[in-house]
Design a protein around this ligand. Structure first.
Ligand code: PRX
Length: 683
């Protein structure tokens, strides 16, 4: 009896859903030069696709080269075949996949589908005003991408140049990402909520040659002056030679000498742009994210491995099928937007939704009205939005037809039981699997999630559960040893490399090694803690470092401290995260003010709020400030944030081990001020 008959399974696991037409034809046949490389696809890869999930998982971790080689050969169109599957050494932070291969990501996301079904809708731009959505076919998106790529080229942008994209989701923003990919430029999308200083810092670090932006953004019925923010940022960025300005609203922008009117210039460019053949390991994009030290890090992702991982996870974790409408609500400024609004869905020929608005505009039924109107099949959102929506009651959900939904998914932060059950039973009427997906900017795609799994396998509420193919989670003990058995918890590491993982921190490879590979030699350290249940399933317990998660946005407390400490009245500060009902976590700042302060402390606090907003972003502004005389420190001068966390969590007298404190009397001082602060909050 064949495996598929025995199990009733026939998964198209490794091959992307095939479409007829010339896209089937690889530019050159795949050749494997390494002796350990697998035979060409179609032989054992089609056999593999029928294996039960556990067998396939076992194979993916015991023989990752065979697994990933087959997936890469089946799912991607190569210009030159790869010759070696991987060359990785985690201790040195050396991660290389599909060596010797050449391909173009934009060809895999566009041309392949244009060959097969040019009129299929690639993007549905769900604009801020409901009912004004714009559909863009694969043919149109390819034309737009080529015109934009030619525009970049005629302005001197070349392979390897960095281009910052500072705009919210829109077809042009997606085309800008793909245009960079077409010519081999490296994009760095900066979330359009970041301040001009934060934008400038990223542009400077990446030494971007150009910025792509729009005159204004529209969100929740409000206009946001993006161009003005870019103008302020580029003043301190001498590397920038051009600012391409698209026209989102009627308002004409004030154009300076760097500015290029994007649509106008694009309209005279040809709709054909030959794709640059790129090495598997050429840079695809940088994405800045927060770490536990002050400066955000430019996470480096490369071409083939990233695309393969985004596309295979998109198909299997969310059960995406041909013809589905995929609704990921994330902004393209975050990794979720990169992998599951743009690269994963487009590589799989999906119709992907670009959501420009907010979950509560013009009313708290917006998500579900959008699901009804666009007939969304997979709906992917952040727990913070769900928590907000559930406070508005079930009526807003029930009002709209959600029968198109097949998979629900959440990401970005731990989803609490209440939000999980509401999403599952009210939104999904208990008929849609709800997958809590755990991953990070650095992992490129989903690493732990309840799906894929055998049909009918139960999903445990609010648990990420199962490692994806090729992912081997390891929990570490006190002495850095891998914990065996179940019902154990500890720092979460991943044992072996996978194609989607980050390759470096831009311009600082040593920091890459130190952050991710030094803590547990031979392993990638995630920064998160996790628990392995009695049944061997994983539950993420949260960050173990000084990174917090505010409304699903990752923030380093050190970044906020750096901003606060710039105020002349603040000699030092310490920021921690405290729980918040809707946002998950919010920053709580303990600040020391100079003794000879002439201003009123409340004026200084107001200035501090402003400072964080202009240095980072509005969402980074601490929700709470506590002015203290001193901070708790060890004898070597290290701030004991653990104690501050306990104070803010109101754990009573139990502040844990305080024996290493330099001066224990500081605790009483802080507790007293905290009590006053609490009283004032309640009044
Ligand atoms: O702490 C984890 C949390 O978000 C962090 C990664 O943030 P970022 O790189 O911005 O990527 C977010 C979107 C992938 C992780 O280290 N996180 C992400 N997903 C989950 C999560 N925490 C708990 N459960 C999740 N499903």
């Amino acid at each position: 009896m064949t495996l598929s008959r025995r199990t009733g399974l026939s998964w198209a696991l490794l091959g992307r859903r095939r479409t007829s037409g010339p896209s089937q034809v690889r530019t050159r046949p795949t050749r494997y030069l390494s002796s350990s490389a697998p035979p060409p696809p179609g032989s054992w890869s089609s056999h593999l696709s029928r294996l039960p999930r556990q067998d396939l998982y076992r194979l993916s971790v015991t023989d990752p080269d065979r697994f990933w080689a087959s997936a890469a050969a089946d799912r991607l169109r190569w210009i030159e075949p790869f010759q070696r599957v991987q060359d990785c050494d985690l201790d040195r932070g050396r991660i290389r996949w599909f060596l010797g291969g050449k391909l173009n990501v934009s060809v895999n996301c566009l041309d392949i589908h244009v060959d097969a079904h040019p009129d299929r809708v690639a993007l549905i731009w769900e604009r801020d005003e409901p009912g004004t959505e714009v559909k863009v076919s694969y043919r149109e998106l390819l034309d737009m991408t080529c015109r934009l790529a030619n525009t970049l080229k005629t302005h001197g942008i070349q392979k390897g140049d960095r281009v910052a994209i500072y705009m919210p989701v829109s077809p042009l923003a997606v085309a800008a990402m793909l245009a960079c990919a077409r010519i081999g430029a490296v994009h760095t999308v900066v979330f359009a909520g970041f301040s001009s200083e934060a934008l400038a810092g990223r542009i400077q670090d990446a030494q971007c040659r150009a910025v792509v932006t729009c005159n204004q953004a529209v969100r929740g019925g409000r206009l946001i002056q993006l161009k003005a923010t870019v103008d302020a940022a580029v003043k301190s960025c001498p590397s920038v030679q051009h600012v391409f300005v698209s026209q989102r609203t009627e308002q004409p922008p004030v154009m300076g000498k760097l500015d290029v009117p994007l649509e106008e210039v694009m309209s005279s460019q040809p709709t054909v742009c030959p794709p640059e053949p790129l090495d598997s390991e050429d840079l695809l994009f940088l994405l800045y994210t927060s770490g536990s030290t002050g400066k955000p890090k430019g996470i480096v992702h490369t071409q083939a491995g990233y695309l393969l991982y985004a596309s295979i996870t998109h198909q299997l974790v969310f059960d995406h099928r041909d013809g589905d409408v995929f609704g990921c609500m994330a902004d393209i400024g975050w990794i979720t937007g990169h992998s599951y609004v743009v690269y994963g869905p487009l590589c799989n020929g999906a119709t992907t939704v670009l959501f420009e608005s907010t979950p509560v505009y013009p009313h708290p039924g917006r998500y579900w009205e959008t699901v009804e109107r666009l007939r969304i099949n997979q709906f992917y959102a952040a727990p913070t939005a769900l928590r907000l929506l559930l406070t508005h009651g079930d009526g807003w959900v029930r009002k709209y037809d959600r029968s198109s939904l097949r998979t629900l998914a959440s990401v970005g932060e731990p989803i609490n039981q209440e939000a999980w059950h509401w999403f599952h039973s009210v939104v999904g009427e208990r008929r849609c699997p709800l997958v809590d997906t755990w991953w990070q900017t650095e992992t490129g795609g989903v690493c732990i999630a309840p799906r894929p799994a055998e049909p009918g396998a139960p999903i445990i509420p609010a648990m990420a559960m199962r490692p994806f193919f090729g992912i081997q989670p390891v929990l570490m003990g006190q002495k850095g040893e891998a914990l065996t058995g179940n019902s154990v918890g500890g720092p979460l590491c991943l044992r072996q490399p996978w194609p989607g993982m980050a390759r470096s921190i831009y311009g600082d490879h040593q920091r890459f090694i130190d952050s991710y590979f030094r803590p547990y030699p031979g392993h990638y350290f995630t920064g998160d803690g996790a628990f392995r249940s009695e049944d061997g399933f994983y539950q993420i317990t949260g960050r173990m470092d000084d990174v917090i998660n505010v409304s699903g946005h990752r923030l380093g407390t050190a970044e906020i401290e750096d901003a606060l400490d710039e105020h002349p009245a603040v000699p030092e500060s310490a920021v921690i995260g405290t729980p918040h009902e809707i946002k998950g976590e919010v920053p709580f700042a303990f600040v020391v003010l100079k003794e000879d302060l002439s201003d009123d402390p409340s004026t200084v606090l107001q200035q501090l709020r402003q400072l964080v907003s202009t240095k980072i972003a509005k969402y980074a502004v601490p929700e709470h400030f506590l002015v203290v005389k001193r901070l708790p420190k060890t004898r070597s001068g290290k701030i004991m944030r653990r104690i501050l966390r306990k104070v803010a969590m109101e754990t009573g007298e139990d502040l844990g081990d305080v024996s290493t404190l330099d001066d224990p009397s500081v605790l009483q001082e802080i507790l007293e001020v905290y009590q006053q602060h609490r009283k004032q909050r309640q009044e």
